[in-house]
Design a protein around this ligand. Structure first.
Ligand code: CA
Length: 669
C-alpha cells in the first residue's frame, strides 16, 4: 500500500486549500496575493503591499450563458512556479527586459465539468491574473466579468472616462472614490510612496475592459458589448479561451510605473521570425496642414499630398537626417468627413504621381509611409487588405498609418469590442506577413502585444496633437499625465514637435474646411522647448516632427531632431510626479537624449547625470526655456547652450510654465 500515504497528503492539502487562502508573493516580498473560495465556491482574491491591505476581498469570475463561471467551483489543484529570465526585443524603451515573478495557478472545477484556471503572476512591480476556461460547449456567450478591484484606501486618480468608442478624452484628476467609470490605464497615487495603475495585457479575441464604480473605493470590470443595442453580449468565444491579463502595477514612486515592464512581461514572445525589416524611425509628413485647415485630404485645389509637395518633403527629410515621410491623402480616398468614401488604397490622387514619388524616395533613401483612412469602415478595409498589402510590399513600402475616424466602427459596432479587437489583430498579422509596420490611429488600447507582434510600432489611442488644430486643445498638464497613464500601455503616436505654437505662419491663409478655426482660440498650449522635450518624453518608435517644414527651415533648435535617434536601446524615467512633471533619458548606442517637461507651473530641476557612462566625456547641447519664457505670453523664448559633462556632474534646468528642456549628450571627440 505504498501509494496511500501520498494520496492522503494530497487530499489533506486540498481540504486545507479550500479553507485557507492560497498565497503567492512577489520575489522581493513587497506584494502578496491571496486566493480564496467561498462556501458557495465563489472565487475571490486579496492583495497586500508591504504587509498592509491593498485590495480587500475582490470577486473573481465571469458571466456566461448556460454555464456558471462565477460560483459552484471546487479547487482541483494549486500549482506554483518561479521565473527569472531576461528577454530582448527589436525595439522598445528597453531592448533588454527582465521578467522576474512568482506564479500560482488555481485550477477550479465547476458545475457540469467546466474547468477554469486562474493564473496569477506576481512581480516586484505589480501583478497580473487571467482566466483560462475550458467548457464542453463549442461556443460560449460571455455577458461580462465579475472581476473586482476593491481598494483598501482612497487616493488621487488620473483617468479618462470609460468609453467603448473613443479614447480621445481629456484626463480627469479626482479622488478614486469619485470615479464613476474609467478606461485603463487608470493611475492612482495612494501616498508619497505608493502608486498603482490598473490596466490589461495581451488582449486577443476578447472585448476591452473599463472599470466601473461599485461603492467607496471598490470597482468592477465592465466589458465592451458586441453592438450598441441593449442586452447585447460582450463576446462570442470558443469553449476554451484565455482572457487578457488584468494588471495592477504597484510601485513606490510615480516614475516606477513608467519604468515597469510588467505589461510586456505578460505578453508572449515575438511570433515574427525575421524582424530585420522592423526599424524605428523619425518622420515628417503632409498632415498638420490639414488639421490647421490650410490644406485638404483631396478633391479640391487645396490638396496637400501633391507630387510637388512630396518631392519637397523627401528632399527635406534627406537633408535633415529624417528617415521617413508620411503622405496623408495621397490615395484619393479620404475627404476629412465621415461620409463613406469609395476608397481604393492603391489608387493615387490625380495630382500625385506615385511612381515618380516612390522612385525619388528610393533614390534618396527615404521611407514612404502610406496612409489608409478607413473612416471606420473596417469591413470594407478587410475586403481590400490582401490587395492593399500586396501592393505595398511590391512597391517596397514598409510602413502604413491606418485611421478609423468617426465615433466607433462602421455599422454601430463599438470600437473597443471583440469585433474591433479581432479586426486590428487581423490587420497587424496580415501586415507582418507582408513586412509592413503599422501606426494605427483610432484603434484599440495598447496592451503590450508589440512584444509578440513588433510590427505594431505605435498607435494613437488618446488625445494627440491634432486636437490643438481645431479645439481648445490639450492643456499643459496633459503631457504630464500621458506618460503615467496612456503610455504605460505602450508607445503613442502623439506627433509632438510643433515649433509655431501660435500658428503665426498661417495667418491670412484661407480656411479650406468647415470644421475648426485655427489662429484665434486654437494654439499649442506649451513652449517651444516643451515640444522638443516631448520627443524624448512621449515615446514612439515612429516619432514625427509634425510641423510645417517652413517652421523648421533654418531653425537652430531643429538640430535636436536631426541628432535624435528614434531607435533607443534603454530608457529610464528619472524623476517626476503624476500630472505635474517628468524627466526621462534614453540611450541610443553611445549617445543619450534627455527630456523634461512640466505642467502650468514653472519648475527648477536638479538633474544628476549618473546615467552617463563611466569614464566618458560628453558634449551636452541644452535646449532650454529662456528665463522669461512662458507658454501663454512668451512661448518661443529659448536658449541653446553647450557644456562638457561627465557622469559625476549635475545640471540644473529652468522650465517655464508648460515648458521643457531637451539635452543631447554626444561623446566628445
Ligand atoms: Ca484621432
Amino acid at each position: 500500500m505504498r501509494f496511500h500515504k501520498p494520496l492522503i497528503i494530497c487530499v489533506l492539502a486540498l481540504a486545507c486549500a479550500c479553507r485557507k487562502p492560497a498565497t503567492v508573493s512577489s520575489p522581493d516580498g513587497f506584494i502578496g496575493v491571496a486566493f480564496a473560495l467561498s462556501e458557495a465556491g465563489e472565487p475571490s482574491y486579496t492583495v497586500t503591499v508591504d504587509g498592509a491591505s491593498f485590495l480587500e476581498k475582490s470577486a473573481l469570475g465571469l458571466d456566461a450563458d448556460n454555464v456558471n463561471l462565477s460560483g459552484g467551483f471546487k479547487i482541483k489543484k494549486i500549482s506554483r512556479s518561479t521565473a527569472d529570465v531576461t528577454w530582448t526585443q527589436p525595439w522598445g524603451e528597453n531592448k533588454v527586459n527582465r521578467d522576474r515573478h512568482n506564479a500560482m495557478t488555481v485550477s477550479l472545477e465547476g458545475e457540469n465539468g467546466v474547468r477554469m484556471d486562474i493564473e496569477f503572476r506576481v512581480f516586484d512591480d505589480g501583478l497580473g491574473f487571467r482566466y483560462c476556461v475550458s467548457a464542453s460547449a463549442d461556443t460560449l456567450i460571455l455577458r461580462g466579468e465579475r472581476t473586482q478591484f476593491c481598494f483598501a484606501g482612497d487616493g488621487e486618480s488620473w483617468s479618462i472616462p470609460g468609453d467603448f468608442n473613443s479614447y480621445e478624452h481629456l484626463y480627469r484628476r479626482m479622488p478614486l472614490s469619485d470615479v464613476k467609470d474609467a478606461n485603463t490605464p487608470i493611475t492612482v497615487k495612494f501616498s508619497e510612496s505608493l502608486y498603482a495603475s490598473v490596466h490589461e495585457a495581451a488582449i486577443y479575441d476578447y472585448p476591452e475592459m473599463v472599470i466601473k464604480h461599485l461603492n467607496g473605493t471598490a470597482f468592477e470590470a465592465s466589458l465592451a458589448p458586441l453592438t450598441r443595442k441593449a442586452d447585447t453580449p460582450c463576446a462570442s468565444l470558443g469553449g476554451s479561451f484565455a482572457s487578457p491579463w488584468r494588471t495592477i502595477q504597484i510601485t513606490r514612486s510615480a516614475v516606477g510605473l513608467v519604468n515597469s515592464p510588467l505589461i510586456l512581461n505578460l505578453n508572449e514572445p515575438c511570433k515574427i521570425d525575421d524582424v530585420s525589416w522592423i526599424r524605428p524611425m523619425k518622420y515628417i509628413g503632409v498632415w498638420w496642414s490639414m488639421h490647421l485647415g490650410i490644406e485638404s485630404w483631396g478633391g479640391d485645389k487645396y490638396h496637400g499630398a501633391t507630387t510637388e509637395a512630396a518631392l519637397h518633403y523627401i528632399d527635406f527629410a534627406s537633408e535633415n537626417n529624417i528617415q521617413g515621410v508620411l503622405f496623408e491623402g495621397w490615395n484619393d480616398a479620404w475627404r476629412g468627413s465621415e461620409a463613406l468614401p469609395d476608397f481604393d488604397f492603391t489608387k493615387a490622387a490625380p495630382d500625385f504621381d506615385i511612381e515618380k514619388v516612390l522612385s525619388y524616395a528610393r533614390e534618396k533613401g527615404i521611407a514612404f509611409i502610406s496612409h489608409n483612412e478607413t473612416g471606420g469602415n473596417f469591413t470594407r478595409f478587410e475586403g481590400q487588405i490582401s490587395d492593399d498589402m500586396d501592393w505595398l510590399e511590391a512597391n517596397g513600402i514598409h510602413a502604413l498609418k491606418t485611421g478609423y475616424a468617426g465615433s466607433g466602427l462602421y455599422g454601430g459596432i463599438p470600437r473597443h469590442s471583440q469585433t474591433g479587437v479581432r479586426h486590428f489583430q487581423k490587420v497587424v498579422e496580415k501586415a507582418a506577413e507582408k513586412h509592413i509596420m503599422i501606426d494605427a490611429h483610432e484603434t484599440i488600447k495598447a496592451s503590450g502585444i508589440r512584444r509578440t507582434w513588433p510590427n505594431f510600432m505605435t498607435r494613437e489611442c488618446g488625445r494627440g496633437m491634432e486636437y490643438n488644430g481645431w479645439s481648445a486643445g490639450n492643456p499643459p498638464s496633459h503631457h504630464e499625465i500621458l506618460p503615467y497613464t496612456r503610455l504605460l500601455g505602450g508607445p503613442m503616436d502623439y506627433t509632438p514637435g510643433v515649433f509655431d505654437v501660435e500658428y503665426r505662419s498661417i495667418a491670412g491663409k484661407p480656411q479650406v474646411r468647415d470644421w475648426g478655426r485655427p489662429g484665434t482660440e486654437c494654439r499649442v498650449n506649451t513652449t517651444l522647448c516643451k515640444q522638443i522635450a516631448n520627443w524624448v518624453v512621449l515615446y514612439s518608435p515612429l516619432q514625427m516632427a509634425c510641423d510645417l517644414l517652413e517652421n523648421y527651415n533654418e531653425h537652430p533648435a531643429f538640430q535636436f531632431f536631426r541628432d535624435f535617434d528614434a531607435d533607443c536601446d534603454a530608457s529610464e524615467a528619472l524623476q517626476g510626479e503624476v500630472g505635474e512633471w517628468i524627466a526621462v533619458v534614453r540611450r541610443c548606442g553611445n549617445r543619450y537624449f534627455y527630456g523634461a517637461t512640466t505642467d502650468e507651473s514653472a519648475r527648477e530641476i536638479t538633474q544628476p547625470l549618473d546615467f552617463l557612462k563611466e569614464g566618458v566625456t560628453y558634449d551636452a547641447v541644452i535646449y532650454a526655456d529662456a528665463m522669461d519664457a512662458s507658454w501663454e505670453s512668451n512661448p518661443y523664448a529659448y536658449t541653446i547652450t553647450r557644456q562638457t559633462v561627465s557622469k559625476d556632474d549635475t545640471l540644473t534646468f529652468h522650465l517655464a510654465t508648460s515648458g521643457g528642456v531637451a539635452v543631447s549628450f554626444i561623446p566628445a571627440p
